[in-house]
Design a protein around this ligand. Sequence first.
Ligand SMILES: [Zn+2]
Ligand SMILES: [Zn+2]
Length: 127
Amino acid sequence: MELLLAVQNVIRVRVLVATNLNKVYGESVKLTKDEKKYLSKLADLGCIICYRLGYAGTPAEIHHVRGMGLGMGVRSSHYDTLPLCPEHHRGNTGYHGMGRKAFERQYGTTEHELLNQVKEMLDEKDD
Ligand SMILES: [Zn+2]
Ligand SMILES: [Zn+2]
């Protein structure tokens, strides 16, 4: 049963990524092959906040980290992204529900720290 659930989770993530890439990006965004590969690996990690709370592998959406020297509201590269579940992304306890400052306070971290953690996790997976 555990394995079945795990497999179902992976499938759900794949589906979410496929629908998300168009839905979340809204306007038609052309992704390179490498970007698609990266984003699907990213979503495979599951929600980074859930992970920190001890629940690994929650199906995730892609959140773009903004304002990396580009000015607020400017979308940064597809590599500056976080996997967040719908709740931690858009819900009342999520990034867009609370706003960045409250979100960072609530989870005792910063967006950039999460970004570094995600990149480390991806590096480990590659080894
Ligand atoms: Zn989550
Ligand atoms: Zn977002």
